[in-house]
Design a protein around this ligand. Structure first.
Ligand code: PL3
Ligand code: FE2
Ligand code: FE2
Length: 231
């Protein structure tokens, strides 16, 4: 009910909407761009999965183009510098893990955290999006589930040897996600997206992934909310 009320009040051509969209659209474009590169990097780190990871990287590039079209459709210029700063900490952590050959950390950052964040954001966005962006986002979110699944399957198959590194990487990176969410909260609200819904959806996707990998309910509770209260 409330969602419908919010939606009918949205004016996709108002200056307020377009101003918020210039940042959110940039964040999504930058996120897809970084995901594209991250899968290319992981293709080199996991030679037995090179082909599949290159395939995923190409999907990310298509997602980027789709979201660029969404901005153009609303005559919005994405603020790419803002978006690069928005991702800088996660980006830095991924680069460091890559330099140290820590593929488990790379998988956690990209295939679990970023994909779960994207799935939450896109699912919450779809019902309040303009018709053009809704179509694009519906196609994209389907792909993101397969990206999350890649990380889940690999980590589940290597659970015992990855467990400690996953817990460590979760501690280092989950608090960054809560900060990012706080930072985007006001703009997301202008687009009709509630922070609580984003947190809830993220926790569901991320928690399910941790469960499929092999973590106990107790571990999942601890890990999926790490740093949330102090964010
Ligand atoms: C990897 O496939 C995608 C990486 C993108 C990350 C997106 C994070 C989005 C957070 C901003 C919340 C608003 C989303 C609005 C959707 C257009
Ligand atoms: Fe994507
Ligand atoms: Fe993805």
């Amino acid at each position: 009910m409330q969602e419908l009320a919010t939606r009918s009040e949205l004016d996709f051509n108002s200056e307020t909407y377009k101003d918020a969209y210039s940042r959110i659209n940039a964040i999504v474009i930058e996120g897809e761009e970084e995901a594209h590169h991250n899968y290319i990097d992981m293709a080199q780190m996991l030679p037995e999965h090179t082909e599949e990871l290159i395939r995923l990287s190409k999907m990310e590039n298509r997602h980027k183009k789709g979201f660029q079209a969404c901005g153009k459709n609303l005559s919005v210029t994405p603020d790419m510098q803002y978006a690069q700063e928005f991702f800088s900490q996660l980006h830095g952590n991924f680069q460091q893990a890559k330099a140290e050959g820590k593929v488990v950390t790379c998988l956690l950052i990209q295939s679990l955290i970023i994909e779960a964040f994207a799935i939450a954001a896109y699912n919450i966005y779809i019902p309040v999006a303009d018709p053009f962006a809704r179509k694009i986002t519906e196609g994209v979110v389907k792909d993101e589930y397969t990206h999350l699944n890649f990380g889940e399957v690999w980590l589940q198959e290597h659970f015992e040897s990855s467990k400690a590194e996953l817990e460590e990487a979760n501690k280092d990176n989950l608090p960054i996600v809560w900060k990012m969410l706080n930072q985007v909260q006001d703009d997301a609200e202008v687009l009709g997206m509630e922070k609580e819904a984003l947190v809830e959806d993220f926790m569901i996707s991320y928690g399910e992934a941790l469960s499929n990998i092999g973590f106990s309910t107790r571990d999942i509770m601890k890990m999926s909310s790490y740093g949330l209260r102090t964010a």
